[in-house]
Ligand binder design. Sequence first.
Ligand SMILES: [Fe+2]
Length: 128
Amino acid sequence: MTWKDNFSIGIPEIDKQHKELCDKIDELYAACSQGKAAAEISKTLDFLASYTVKHFADEERLQQKINYPKFMQHKAKHTDFAKQVAKLKSDLAASGMKTATVISVNNTISSWLVEHIMKEDKQLKDYI
Ligand SMILES: [Fe+2]
């Protein structure tokens, strides 16, 4: 998922972390197109599971600091993503590396991230 300037929410540290997430998803797509999905996909899910703990905590700390009115809503979206990643991991463990699973992982994480940045994180930008 290539980073685009209109993803920017104007907070350099958060933008940097979003870029990092986009890069990881890009690497996963590249690995899949080279037939290396099996090696990359669980690594990516592990990365997302641990990296988003820090990223979401940073975003939430910022929101609390500025008394962001939609904090609880926003935090719930983060919790939901963590659950989705955990589910993808267990689906993968249960079904093995099937094409449908790979597609589902790619679609779920990339569409969640774009939608979250463009919708929820942009509302935070507008508030600031
Ligand atoms: Fe967020």
